[in-house]
Design a protein around this ligand. Structure first.
Ligand SMILES: [Zn+2]
Length: 304
């Protein structure tokens, strides 16, 4: 677990050159490699804020921030590193808090937050649930009405968790489901798309609970979803359905790395996973919703 402080990280990465050195090592751990021809020697063009590397063989120029969360940003690297540290804390951070702490405008802070969160989502996609996996459904946002239909604020979720041999949960994923495919709040969920998309084919799926009401409810998994909801309410004052998935991914990213050196892991992911552009960012929820709608089917079996 990290025992770093904001002050410690700020003084460790206090200059652009120090941050650039870190990015170089993350990008090329065995020394420079030209992305075009794989040549190992480059000339450094240091007239820019962030050095450019020009391949000695093919003359292709590569920026250190190309292919990172910082690509295309004019915000100093040291502020990015501070923002990454603040996102790696269990408490999380919202855009308003970030803008005040690192001294950028709210709009810049909002973009930084979304880009870092996108990195977390992408990192999550690369890790499937494996080993012994348990799955349950849950609902985001407390029940607003006693009716069978979904309330606007309610969002159906599926949570999956990998267990180790001591029956401890070590890796979770929480994915929003398509409400339109879900007949009512009491209908069973179709877990097949979740298993197909997020569970390793060699995993042993021990329990699949597709009912929230009754004796078979997996209270541990439901409790994690409730904790996620409380965390979202506390840090972000609640999240609407449009962006809910990336915030759930943020929660799972932190949960899955809570016993590890989270800042170093997130910094590394931010250095290796390409940034999302603003047009992609604003279109993303629609694309995700479409994918979820495609993936979510209503199973014919009714709850018994
Ligand atoms: Zn080259």
């Amino acid at each position: 677990m990290d025992e770093l402080t904001f002050e410690g990280v700020s003084s460790r990465f206090d200059k652009e050159e120090v941050c650039a050195e870190f990015l170089f090592d993350a990008k090329w751990p065995d020394g420079f490699r030209c992305p075009r021809c794989n040549h190992s020697h480059a000339y450094i063009i240091s007239t820019r804020r962030i050095p450019l590397y020009e391949c000695a063989a093919c003359r292709a120029q590569t920026s250190l921030i190309k292919g990172t969360v910082m690509e295309g940003s004019r915000t100093p690297l040291r502020l990015w590193f501070q923002a990454i540290f603040l996102h790696a804390r269990p408490a999380g951070i919202n855009a308003l808090q970030l803008s005040r702490i690192i001294g950028v405008t709210y709009k810049t802070a909002w973009l930084i937050c979304h880009k870092i969160r996108h990195t977390m989502s992408e990192a999550d996609v690369q890790e499937m649930l494996s080993g012994l996996v348990r799955i349950s459904d849950a609902v985001y946002s407390s029940r607003y009405s006693p009716f069978f239909d979904w309330h606007n604020q309610e969002q159906p979720l599926i949570i999956g968790a990998s267990e180790n041999k001591d029956r401890e949960l070590i890796h979770i994923k929480i994915k929003k489901q398509c409400k339109k495919q879900q007949r009512s709040v009491f209908a069973s969920f179709d877990t097949a798309p979740f298993i197909r998309d997020f569970v390793d084919t060699n995993a042993v799926i021990k329990t699949v609970v597709t009912r929230r009401i009754g004796k078979r409810v997996n209270r541990t998994l439901m409790r994690i979803c409730e904790e996620a909801e409380r965390w979202l309410a506390w840090t972000f004052r609640g999240i609407g359905p449009k962006h809910l998935q990336v915030y759930l991914d943020h929660y799972c990213y932190i949960w899955n790395r809570r016993k590890k050196s989270m800042f170093n892991l997130l910094l590394r992911d931010c250095s290796l996973i390409p940034v999302i552009t603003y047009p992609q960012l604003t279109k993303l929820p629609v694309a995700r919703s479409a994918r979820l709608a495609r993936n979510s089917g209503l199973i014919s079996q009714t709850a018994s």
